[in-house]
Write a protein that binds this ligand. Structure first.
Ligand code: GAL
Length: 712
């Protein structure tokens, strides 16, 4: 869903509280000049909306919404509840959040509320109601913005009220304390509880927490914040039928957006890739594909990006010339139907003084302003693209619950932040292949290739759908560690892979993680000790290696590695490997072909000749592939070339020059030149909506420029 606008939304957060009346007037004129049609108002305005407890002042806000409306600019109106005012902290110190060490956080920054605080909840909901009542019928208000980036700074609070709320959540989840004891495995380490009231928050502890306790705490903290959003949304809905959103933050690790997505009318995202990162355009693609997945394939809204530098990294580099429009087109290419920024006018004071804005400190006489105006012009020509569908034959599954479980587990290695799903996504993106990022419960039936990586929790339901897909002819590629635990972090017995064993014909016998360089005695002594360390100098430590050699066996994979010119070993993994075995007596009996083995080089010495990649083939052309190690980029690409060929997956456009990304939405072809060189493209036919030029086959694309070719 998107706001009711006839051209893609364009604008940003505006905090007019910071400015005098003349600046506000000038700003509205400038907004027209920049082609702004939507402004987010009131996000951090609580102190002005309710200057003292219970007394509201909305006249100033109404005046601004009305002035914007008169200028043809719509408002995305916030509930204003993202940061409670000073009076709340002073009068009700218990409304402030408490960290894991029991320290109560102070006033003077933002998001300083305890999500369970009855005081905060009451005040936030009263404010939301008052705003919704007052503005629901204002013709300028086209959408609602609940709070802001839930959990961004405070995603959990360890105060007494939160512990009480956690206990209630546990009672609702487990019904009996015995069920909780069983699920958490409290028989170990004398952790048994005899009443829910004994359960606390997993704050500071002598050593390892109980993993299931930590995981349930994360789930509770997610649900607790989500309940705040739902409460405000429900109040708005009593007064208004305009769509409601709250801004997400891409693959933000602390909230399970799969659970949030169904609760909002518009999926919106805040995204700030680092211009200093050569793979930043991949971050644009990754976040965009996640958002499209959360929107079930429909369009979404970019709620925030920076027109140039941010101010919150250690060093903040500006966007390069052209990059603002290029990434804007990138978001549209991945399914956005509107582009907003943080923020409209750059603050002169306060915590975000040095964060770029659409109107920079230097004013109109700046590159940023020129690019802001140009981007507005271009977006106004992209109306036909709105709602055009993005279609992909490949899906990467992304599951917050698994990521949390992997991180809550103590071992087998430190959990990651979607490292492997993201790595596979990156490989597909670099290869020019369109890909959807989908949740665990998505309909997988239309995909020709489905990739599941680091899905730590065994999900029989997901396995069933993967099985159905493979039987219908799809390629399913699963990478470990997957299906290692149940949803309460209980280890899957009899060889990991749980419910996926049959599908793959594989069981996992043992995890074999490398440790990377170990500070050994001889290393610590710069080798001098070797002369005398007669015992330890003879000891092999493959686990201290940084990589694991893998040898391709299947002809197709050998050919793929040859084509890519991979230096020996053919394939390589990083720090993760598994000893795997056939699910039945032999690989043959399991219907499995060993596609690659560990070649014994590097950290894989003890795994030499054991299977590293397997394929179980199904009648009808489907295959279930298992990858028992974390293949590096080159190896992922080689394997994807093979799996993609089985799946008949093609790049969006073949043979593009380096640095050029192609994406398609309906009949619109996006071509984005991320490189520093002008590139020559051939076979491009249609009208470029960016410049209005007709393409007759041969086009030149300048550095960091994009085009949107209308091929209807
Ligand atoms: C977001 C936030 C904005 C602004 C922006 C700066 O996290 O929602 O209010 O702080 O970051 O990059």
């Amino acid at each position: 869903m998107r706001p009711m606008l006839t051209t893609p939304a364009y604008g940003g957060d505006w905090s007019p509280e910071q400015w005098d009346s003349a600046t506000i007037d000038a700003d509205i004129t400038l907004m027209k000049e920049a082609g702004v049609n939507l402004v987010s108002l009131g996000i951090f305005s609580w102190a002005f909306l309710e200057p003292s407890e219970g007394s509201y002042d909305f006249d100033w806000l109404e005046d601004i919404i009305t002035r914007l409306h008169a200028a043809g600019i719509a408002t995305d109106l916030a509930t204003g509840t993202a940061s409670p005012p000073a009076w709340m902290a002073a009068t009700y110190p218990h409304s402030l959040p408490v960290d894991a060490r029991g320290v109560r956080l102070g006033f003077g920054s933002r998001q300083q509320y305890c999500p369970s605080s009855a005081v905060f909840r009451g005040a936030a909901q009263r404010l939301t109601r008052a705003i919704a009542q007052r503005f629901a019928d204002h013709p300028g208000v086209v959408m609602w913005h609940v709070s802001n980036e839930y959990g961004c700074h405070v995603s959990e609070c360890f105060c007494h009220e939160c512990v009480e709320a956690f206990r209630t959540w546990l009672r609702d989840t487990y019904a009996s304390i015995d069920a909780l004891n069983a699920a958490w495995g409290t028989a170990f380490w004398s952790q048994r509880y005899t009443a829910f009231d004994q359960v606390g928050a997993p704050g500071a502890m002598p050593t390892f927490h109980n993993p299931a306790h930590a995981l349930d705490w994360r789930r509770f903290s997610n649900d607790n914040l989500l309940s705040l959003m739902i409460a405000e949304r429900d109040i708005i809905r009593q007064y208004s039928s305009a769509p409601v959103t709250t801004n997400f933050m891409g693959d933000f690790p602390r909230l399970d957006y799969q659970k949030w997505a169904g609760e909002v009318d518009i999926i919106s995202d805040d995204s700030y890739p680092d211009p200093a990162d050569p793979a930043a355009a991949h971050s644009v693609a990754w976040a965009g594909d996640i958002m499209r997945g959360l929107a079930n394939g429909s369009s979404w809204l970019l709620m925030e990006q920076s027109p140039s530098a941010v101010q919150w990294r250690q060093r903040n580099s500006p966007k390069r010339p052209g990059q603002y429009l290029l990434w804007t087109l990138g978001r549209m290419a991945h399914g956005a139907d509107g582009i907003l920024q943080f923020q409209w006018r750059q603050s002169l004071r306060g915590s975000e003084t040095f964060h770029a804005a659409m109107v920079p400190h230097s004013g109109k006489d700046s590159r940023t302003w020129g690019e802001v105006v140009r981007t507005g012009e271009v977006l106004s020509r992209l109306a036909p693209v709105m709602d055009a569908p993005y279609r992909a034959d490949v899906a990467v599954v992304m599951d917050w619950q698994s990521m949390w479980a992997f991180n809550a587990a103590i071992g087998p290695v430190e959990g990651t932040h979607f490292e492997r799903p993201r790595a596979w996504h990156r490989s597909l993106w670099e290869a020019g292949i369109a890909v959807d990022v989908v949740g665990d419960h998505a309909d997988l039936s239309a995909y020709r290739v489905i990739i599941v990586a680091e899905h730590f929790i065994d999900s029989p339901d997901l396995t069933r759908r993967l099985q159905a897909a493979v039987e219908a002819g799809a390629q399913v590629l699963i990478e470990g560690p997957t299906a290692v635990v149940d949803r309460n972090l209980g280890a899957v017995p009899d060889g990991y892979l749980g419910s996926a064993r049959q599908l793959l014909g594989v069981r996992v016998i043992e995890h074999a993680a490398l440790t990377g360089a170990v500070e050994s005695f001889s290393a610590a002594s710069n080798g001098r000790g070797d002369a005398v360390n007669r015992l330890s100098r003879a000891v092999g430590t493959p686990a201290a290696c940084e990589w694991i050699g893998v040898e391709a066996h299947a002809d197709a994979l050998r050919r793929a590695t040859d084509r890519l010119g991979t230096p020996a070993p053919d394939l390589r993994a990083g720090q993760w490997a598994e000893e795997i075995a056939p699910a039945a007596h032999s690989w043959h009996d399991s219907g499995v072909e060993v596609v690659a083995t560990f070649d014994g080089r590097g950290g894989g010495a003890d795994l030499a000749n054991m299977a590293a990649i397997t394929r179980r083939s199904y009648a009808g052309g489907g295959n279930a592939w298992y990858v028992a190690c974390d293949l590096d980029a080159l190896s992922r690409r080689a394997l994807l070339d093979v799996v993609g060929a089985y799946g008949r997956v093609r790049p969006v456009v073949d043979g593009l020059p380096d640095g050029v990304e192609a994406q398609r939405r309906g009949n619109f072809l996006f071509l984005l030149n991320h490189s520093d060189r002008a590139v020559e493209l051939t076979g491009i036919v249609g009208r470029d909506l960016v410049d209005g030029a007709q393409c007759h086959g041969h086009v030149m694309l300048a550095p960091r420029c994009g085009m949107v070719v209308d091929q209807r």
